[in-house]
Design a protein around this ligand. Sequence first.
Ligand code: BDR
Ligand code: CA
Length: 309
Amino acid sequence: KIPLVMDVDTGTDDAIAIICALMSTEVLDIKAFTAVAGNVGVDLTSSNTLNIVDYLGFDIPVAIGAAKPLNKDLHTAISHGATGLGDVIVPKSNRAFYERDAADTIYEHAVALQGELEIVAVGPLTNIAEAIIRYPDIIRLIKRITIMGGALRGGNMTPASEFNLYVDPDAGKIVFESGIPLVMVGLDVTLKPQLPLAVVETVKRLDNKFANLAARIFDFMLRRCKQFGFDPPNVHDAIALASLIVPRLVTLNKYVMTVETEGTVTRGMTVADFNNVTGKEPNVSVAVDVDCNLFWDWMTGKFLSAERD
Ligand code: BDR
Ligand code: CA
């Protein structure tokens, strides 16, 4: 099994990614979830995560992480609603959070697994950067970080930047330049799969906890997109998670990359050295294409097998 720590700012699409991860425990050994401020404050991202994990019947530790970006004020996202989960209410868990904070939790598992730990990071990269700052030796101890964030071209927060990197570009720079093997699953691919109504209908017909919760989140996403006049919903974070489990979902190209931390119009922009001006070795494998049908089939298959279990 793949030993995994998932760093989240739950968030609607984070929630879908968490649900998919919890339906994949035949291949994933989820050591912990770590929560970071992003879509909403860390009080909410951590409690949303704990509530979901507990509600779905899992006893996996949830650690609270950074309440704000390393050097900047926190920008939250309006599109996930005031709680981060729209109008979806998940019963409150009575379980306690893990006794260590996110950065310590990540380091604990990195040390225990001696180079085998995989991380999927689908929020601002503050917790991961904090772990690198506190424990510089962690760099040799992580197998790979799959990041939902950034883009080779374009943004969703500004014309140049994707939300997660915009929120904490300083953390992004630390992680991108850390030397840890990185896979970037950014907007170049996560904007492609748009939630098909047929998938929603299938999930709605099922009657298991995973599907029921996902159906409510999908409903909120669809209503929200209609309200704002947006395209059908994207599930960014779930694609990053899925690409770890089914690598052939995405096509990867390697680039030298870093992150703009200030910039008058480019804060949080992930900058690729397309022409190898730096002459450096590529440090990031970037997802440049995704098999949308395979992704939705994979996700639907997860809900169908949860129904049979
Ligand atoms: C990212 O921003 C957040 O709002 C989503 O959860 C996702 O991680 C997409 O840009
Ligand atoms: Ca997220």
